[in-house]
Design a protein around this ligand. Structure first.
Ligand SMILES: Nc1nc2c(ncn2[C@@H]2O[C@H](COP(=O)(O)OP(=O)(O)OP(=O)(O)O)[C@@H](O)[C@H]2O)c(=O)[nH]1
Ligand SMILES: [Mg+2]
Length: 201
């Protein structure tokens, strides 16, 4: 897939506990990026887009606290969801996150694919498990992206990847698990091919 243009088109945020419902009007097909805070969702969007700075990244976890819609090639959206499991967050903020995400999945009809992003160095957390189960429950195809693969040696990678494969072996809608590095571009060709297939269907 050749990406010619990527533009931030909509931002949906929580205000005073009420979710702005603009996303209900976003009808175009969407590829969604979900995962724990700081795993590299925004970096993955930048990497796949070939743009260094389209999605904001930061060393401070919890950077993306709203839903950002990036229009790609004027035809579909990359959707950057706020990360879960951000430790320094109030209960109210967590509830807002939950409402926002639940509404997103409830009202968005054309989700082509989800990228569930994990940090390959970490174990699968309960929150990751819940998210994966939820995607299965919603009948949403998802690809597990084991990001930050540049942080591990080849030997460590060959031990880690099968462990994650075991975790997702019973998942009905998980259609692939790929190591990735937004830093080196490892795995990019594989994910591009998957997106091409989804977009052509
Ligand atoms: N080494 C390495 N660092 C990465 C990679 N991807 C992201 N990072 C770093 O991880 C940190 C978090 O990246 P973000 O892309 O902001 O993560 P996020 O998941 O969007 O975070 P939130 O918006 O807070 O949920 C940044 O310091 C990135 O530079 C990667 O593949 N390799
Ligand atoms: Mg982010």
């Amino acid at each position: 897939m050749k990406i010619n243009s990527v533009n931030l088109k909509y931002v949906v945020a929580v205000q005073e506990n009420n979710v702005i419902s603009e996303y209900k009007s976003v009808e175009e097909p969407q590829i969604v990026f979900v995962g724990r805070s700081n795993v590299g969702k925004s970096s993955l969007i930048n990497s796949l887009s070939g743009r260094v700075k389209i999605a904001r990244i930061s060393n401070t976890p919890g950077k993306t606290r709203q839903i950002n819609y990036y229009l790609v090639n004027n035809s579909f959206y990359f959707v950057d969801l706020p990360g879960y499991g951000f430790a320094k967050e109030s209960q109210a903020a967590r509830n807002n996150w939950k409402n926002l995400i639940e509404d997103y999945f409830t009202y968005t009809k054309k989700i082509l694919l989800c990228f569930l992003i994990l940090d390959i160095r970490n174990e699968l957390s309960l929150l990751d498990r819940n998210m994966a189960d939820w995607l299965d429950h919603l009948n949403l195809k998802h690809i597990v992206v084991l990001n930050k693969a540049d942080k591990l040696s080849n030997n460590e990678l060959s031990q880690k990847i099968p462990k994650f494969q075991t975790h997702f072996a019973d998942s009905r809608f998980c259609t692939g698990i790929f190591p990735y590095s937004s830093l080196t571009g490892k795995g990019k060709i594989e994910l591009q091919k998957i997106m091409d297939v989804m977009l052509s269907q």
